[in-house]
Write a protein that binds this ligand. Structure first.
Ligand code: BG6
Length: 610
C-alpha cells in the first residue's frame, strides 16, 4: 500500500514544506521511497528517492521546494523494486503531467506494452506511472483535463486511487477506484489524501469519497463528480473528530509503545461505544445467519480466532475463522443468501478483505458485518452494517490496540448472543460484561505495569534466538499466533504460533537443549497445557509461560523472567490480558535489536493490494 497527498494552495509558495508535513503522517502506509512534485509558475520540480520521508527530505530538500500546488507519494513497493526510477510521483511523456497512485493495476503489463507501442515514453516498472500516461493519452484526444481523467479510468483495471495534475493548469484531480481517498477543505488550501491523518494538519473539514468518484481541487473548493458520467455530486463536508494527536508519539519513543499503553482506555471506549450503539441489530445478524464466517488478515485474523472460541464458549455458536485470501477458494461455494461474513479490518481497506466483500455483494451471498476502526473506509461504506472499534488512528505498522479492541468486541458480542440464545444465564452474562467494562481496563493497566520490566529482561535473553515457538490452547490459540506474529513482524526472528496439542505431532522435533517455547495459559486450560509443557521440558526445551501464576507450573520455568505473570482475574479475561506481555516482549526485543518497531522492513500498515 502507498500514501498519496495532493494540495492546491491559494496564496502559498511553500508547497514542499506542507506536503512533507502532511504526507509524513502517512509513513505507516509505506516507507520504501518518497517523492514530491511541486508546481511553480507552470513548471514541475520532481524530486524523489528511496528511503523514508525524513531521509529523502534531508537529502533532496523536499521541504524547501517552492510552488503553490503539488503531489507527494510514499511508496510500499509492489510493481517494480524500490528504486529512484520506480519511486512516485511520475511524469507523463513530457514533464507536463505529474501524478501518483496507491493500489494495483492488474493490467499493468498489457497496458504498459500498449502505451509503449503507441509511442509513450514509459520510464519505470511501476504501475503508478501508467495512471499518469493514461491521462496524458486521453488529454491528447479531448484537450480537457476533466474528461481525460474520467476517460483514463477506462484503461486502468484493478483497485487504485490516483492524483494527477498538469503543470499549466491550476487544478489537481484525484480518482477513487477501490483504494482509500479522502479530501479536505482548509482556509487557504484544498487537499486530497489516501488517509485522514495527512489531512488533519491542515483541516478537519473533510469529504469522504466513494469508489468511482473523482474530485477536482481548486484553491477555493473541492468538487466531487461521478466518474461514469461526469455528473457533479452534492457531497457535504463533515467535521472529523479524530484527534490529530493520534498521529503524534506523545512523549513515547515509538507509536507502538504508546498504542500498547492506550489499551486500558480503548477497553473503556469500545465497551462504551458498542453498548451505546444499540448492538441488538448486530447480534440479531449473527443469530439469524445459517452459516457464519469471521474473515480477516494479520493481527485481525488472530483476534478473529480468539473470537471464534468466545462464540463457541459463551454462545454455543460456530463461526469459522478464515484468512481473507483463503475465503473464496475455501468457502466461496458454501455461501447462501443466509450466510453472514463478519469482515474484520482495522483499516477497512485491506484488499484481501474487500475482495470478499465484493464477492458476497456481487453474488448476493448473504450479509456482511464490518468490524473496523477507520471511519470513512471502503469497508465502512459498503458492508451491510459495521461495528466501530473506537481506537483512534493506529500509526504503528504492527497492530496492538486494534487487535485488543477487536478481542473485546468479540467477547462482548459472544456474551450478549449467549444471553439471548440461553447458552449463558443472564446473571453470568451481566457479570462478565461488568468485568469487561469495569475490571478489564484496570487489569490491562496492571498487566502493562507488572510485565514491563520482566519482558525487558526476557527480551535480552532472546536476542540471539533465531527461532522459537509460541503455543496456545483453546481461548489462547489466537493469542499465541498474535504473539508469534509480533515477534516475526518487528524482531525478524522466526516464531511460529500454533496449537499446543498439535506441537507433538511433528514440530516437537525442533526442540533441543534450551530451545525456547512460549506457552500462553489460562487457569482453566493449564491442566491440559501442562502435558504439552512436559513434552518440551523433558527434552531440554526452555519453557516460557505467559499467564496467571500457578504453583503447578512453576517447576517448569528455570528463571523468574521465564514466567510472564499476568494479574489474577478469570479464565475468560486471561486470553485478553495474555497478549500484553507478548506485545511488550516483541517491542523490547525489536528495540534491543536496533529495529524501529513502528516501521519494520518490507511491511506496511494496510495492504490495499492483492
Ligand atoms: C497488515 C498489517 O498489513 O495488515 C497488520 O501490517 C494488520 O498489522 C493486517 O493486522 C490487517 O490489517 P487490517 O487493516 O485489515 O486489520
Amino acid at each position: 500500500m502507498c500514501g498519496i497527498t495532493g494540495i492546491v494552495g491559494r496564496s502559498r509558495n511553500d508547497i514542499g514544506r506542507i506536503l512533507v508535513e502532511c504526507s509524513r503522517k502517512l509513513t505507516y502506509r509505506g516507507y520504501d521511497s518518497v517523492g514530491v512534485a511541486a508546481v511553480n509558475n507552470g513548471k514541475v520540480d520532481l524530486r524523489k528517492n528511496v528511503g523514508t520521508v525524513d531521509a529523502v527530505d534531508s537529502e533532496l530538500g523536499l521541504s524547501e521546494m517552492i510552488g503553490d500546488r503539488g503531489i507527494a507519494q510514499l511508496r510500499w513497493a509492489t510493481y517494480g523494486a524500490p528504486t529512484i526510477i520506480n519511486a512516485q510521483p511520475h511524469f507523463g511523456c513530457e514533464e507536463v503531467f505529474y501524478g501518483a497512485h496507491n493500489g494495483n493495476l492488474h493490467n499493468y503489463y498489457e497496458y504498459r506494452k500498449e502505451l509503449v507501442e503507441t509511442g509513450h515514453i514509459v520510464r519505470s516498472e511501476n504501475d503508478g506511472e501508467l495512471c499518469v500516461h493514461a491521462v496524458d493519452k486521453y488529454y491528447e484526444s479531448t484537450g480537457d483535463m476533466f474528461d481525460a481523467v474520467r476517460f483514463s479510468t477506462r484503461d486502468l483495471k484493478g483497485a487504485f486511487a490516483f492524483a494527477v495534475g498538469r503543470a499549466d493548469e491550476p487544478e489537481i484531480y484525484a480518482v477513487k477506484m477501490g483504494s482509500s481517498l479522502v479530501a479536505g477543505i482548509a482556509e487557504n488550501d484544498t487537499i486530497v489524501s489516501s488517509d485522514l491523518p495527512s489531512i488533519l494538519p491542515l483541516t478537519n473539514n473533510v469529504l469522504y469519497l466513494q469508489d468511482s468518484e473523482m474530485v477536482v481541487l481548486t484553491p477555493d473548493e473541492v468538487k466531487v463528480y461521478r466518474v461514469e458520467d461526469g455528473k457533479q455530486l452534492n457531497r457535504i463536508p463533515e467535521i472529523s473528530n479524530v484527534d490529530a494527536r493520534a498521529a503524534e508519539k506523545g512523549g513515547y519513543p515509538h507509536f507502538m509503545l504508546k498504542e500498547i499503553h492506550e489499551q486500558p482506555q480503548i477497553v473503556r471506549d469500545v465497551m462504551g461505544l458498542i453498548q451505546k450503539s444499540k448492538p441488538e441489530k448486530w447480534i440479531q445478524m449473527i443469530e439469524d445467519a445459517s452459516s457464519r464466517y469471521l474473515v480477516a488478515c494479520g493481527s485481525s485474523h488472530n483476534a478473529g480466532i480468539v473470537g471464534t472460541y468466545f462464540f463457541n464458549r459463551l454462545a454455543g455458536v460456530p463461526i469459522t475463522p478464515v484468512i481473507g485470501g483463503q475465503f473464496e477458494p475455501m468457502c466461496g461455494n458454501t455461501l447462501t443468501d443466509e450466510s453472514l461474513c463478519i469482515l474484520v479490518s482495522q483499516s477497512g481497506e485491506t484488499k484481501d478483505i474487500l475482495n470478499v466483500l465484493n464477492h458476497v455483494r456481487n453474488n448476493n451471498l448473504g450479509k456482511t458485518l464490518g468490524i473496523l476502526n477507520v471511519v470513512g473506509s471502503t469497508l465502512m461504506f459498503n458492508a451491510d452494517s459495521y461495528i466501530p472499534m473506537a481506537c483512534g488512528y493506529e500509526i504503528s505498522v504492527p497492530a496492538t490496540k486494534t487487535y485488543y479492541s477487536q478481542s473485546v468486541i468479540f467477547a462482548y458480542l459472544a456474551t450478549r448472543l449467549g444471553e439471548r440464545n440461553g447458552h449463558l444465564d443472564s446473571q453470568e452474562a451481566k457479570q462478565f460484561i461488568h468485568q469487561l467494562e469495569n475490571e478489564l481496563p484496570i487489569l490491562t493497566q496492571k498487566t502493562i505495569d507488572k510485565t514491563g520490566i520482566l519482558t525487558k529482561d526476557l527480551a535480552r535473553t532472546l536476542m540471539d534466538t533465531p527461532d522459537l515457538y509460541c503455543l496456545g490452547y483453546g481461548l489462547t490459540d489466537g493469542v499465541a499466533r498474535e504473539g508469534a506474529l509480533k515477534i516475526k513482524e518487528i524482531c525478524y526472528n522466526h516464531c511460529e504460533g500454533m496449537y499446543s496439542s498439535e506441537f507433538k505431532h511433528g514440530p516437537l522435533s525442533i526442540v533441543t537443549d534450551g530451545y525456547p517455547v512460549i506457552f500462553i495459559t489460562t487457569t482453566e486450560d493449564s491442566w491440559m497445557i501442562i502435558n504439552h509443557i512436559n513434552e518440551v521440558a523433558c527434552r531440554g526445551g526452555r519453557t516460557i509461560i505467559v499467564g496467571e501464576r500457578e504453583e503447578k507450573l512453576e517447576p517448569y520455568v528455570a528463571n523468574t523472567i521465564d514466567y510472564l505473570e499476568v494479574p489474577s482475574s478469570s479464565p475468560l479475561l486471561n486470553p485478553l490480558l495474555d497478549v500484553i506481555p507478548l506485545q511488550l516482549l516483541s517491542y523490547y526485543l525489536s528495540v534491543d535489536k536496533g529495529i524501529n518497531p513502528d516501521l519494520p522492513r518490507n511491511l506496511s500498515k494496510t495492504l490495499t493490494v492483492d
